[in-house]
Design a protein around this ligand. Structure first.
Ligand code: GSH
Length: 223
């Protein structure tokens, strides 16, 4: 299998950590791709119309995205304990945690757009603060909810990788004042799957020139 990856993406790392947890990492060729809505990556767009990583090319050439779909696919490929639990109480707790994790990563990335990625003149502090409030609210929620499951599941993998990205990019100090979340996070970071997949690298966006059309090759008139 081939995984179109990005060394600083929380979503891509989620898939790779998952693969390590279920013993499939050795069967996956990992290929780094830079992606950004302002810098079109043609190889990624050729496989995913949204132009985002992760993308998995399966052994039979089936192409899968996004991270949640890929993880569920991988869970069907191994004979061990499933990380997508089958009993409803465990399953829906795990899926809800995964949803929180994806929202955390989305909001954290939105904060970063408003704080540093967008050209300075186009940044909107109210948008940054609104998304930061989602990050803070999600962390408060996790302080009361995290660690309820007996085994590591998809929710734990998604949350650990989303939170590690929040820490990596210095978006928010979620460990301060949250002892339960902090202890859980430290336990997750000590796992072999997390230690084998450190985040690294810088985001590559397009030129900061408002007149560029590089990201929109098929401009459509909207009226
Ligand atoms: N919901 C997707 C999100 C994937 C995503 O946003 N990936 C980022 C990398 S961190 C990306 O490729 N962004 C490029 C873009 O937004 O054009 C998933 O879970 O896989």
């Amino acid at each position: 299998m081939k995984l179109l990856y990005q060394s600083h993406s929380p979503y891509a790392r989620k898939v790779l950590v998952f693969a390590h947890e279920v013993g499939l990492a050795g069967q996956i060729q990992v290929v780094h791709h830079d992606t950004s809505p302002t810098l079109r990556n043609h190889d990624v767009f050729a496989l995913n119309p949204l132009g985002k990583v992760p993308v998995l090319v399966c052994d039979d050439e089936t192409v899968l995205f996004d991270s949640s779909v890929i993880c569920e696919y991988l869970d069907g490929l191994h004979g061990g304990r499933k990380l997508f639990p089958s009993t409803p109480a465990n399953r829906f707790r795990a899926l809800r945690n995964q949803a929180v994790a994806m929202g955390l990563a989305d909001a954290g990335i939105a904060v970063r757009w408003e704080a540093e990625r967008r050209p300075e003149a186009l940044r909107w502090p109210a948008m940054r603060d609104g998304h930061l409030a989602k990050v803070v609210g999600a962390c408060d929620y996790l302080e009361t909810q995290i660690g309820a499951g007996v085994h590591v599941d998809i929710g734990d993998v998604a949350l650990a990788t989303a939170l590690s990205w929040i820490a990596f990019r210095n978006v928010y100090d979620f460990q301060a004042g949250r002892p339960r979340l902090s202890a859980w996070y430290e336990r997750m970071c000590a796992r072999a799957s997390m230690r084998a997949t450190p985040l690294h690298g810088d985001t590559v966006d397009g030129p900061q020139d408002a007149s560029t059309t590089q990201g929109a090759p098929h401009a459509v008139a909207m009226d």
